[in-house]
Ligand binder design. Sequence first.
Ligand code: PXP
Length: 235
Amino acid sequence: MKLGVNIDHIATLRNARNEGRPDLIEAVKLILHHDISAITMHLREDRRHIKDEDLINVKNLNAPINLEMAATKEIQQIALKILPHSVCIVPEKRQELTTEGGLDVSGQKEYLKEFIKPLKENGIIVSLFIDADKEQIEASRYIGADYIELHTGTFSSAFKKGDFASELEKLKQGTILAQKIGLKVNAGHGLDYENVSLMKQIPDLKELNIGHSIISKAIFTGLDVAVEEMIKLIK
Ligand code: PXP
């Protein structure tokens, strides 16, 4: 199981003043020597954190970018220009604080099947951010995704309340079903230093995408230590 470090919130802090601090590129350089699988960045439609030039600058470092994106033509064109290592298609609403809920794949199967074709043809690995729901998992397989990323937000909230067994079980069962039908499985959202070890109970998860808890810890420990400690917990 590998770590994908989501750097959106470094950009959030930078954008609070728009004076280039903290420098996203300096941050990526600090992270890249770790044994991570991805630098994860969400280019939102409203560009509230990551900007187009951030993607170009990170790509120029030869970093393995995992681009979180809505299934819109505009962002698809950018993905085809940047050619990230992978994309993770997420639902996106302008008013939300962060990605809320998984993508509805089964409700837009044919659209998504066509949408991901050029991405795959250009060698980009395609993942879909979904809830651990049978219908969504089967639809993900149908449209030809390589990976799914299971939404761990509900599990993470349940963990805070101390009653997470059934949410963890849903993630396990969803993973087993997905793997059985030929999908590889990642997970992410709301994972932190307290709950992340439980992900080891889920068989053969490939990647955990984690952002907010790492960047929050980095304020106190520095980014290098924050990333290193998370890697230790998931190994
Ligand atoms: N995975 C996906 C698809 C996301 O949208 C996000 C949030 O940007 C994350 C993982 C990371 O979530 P968090 O910042 O809560 O660790």
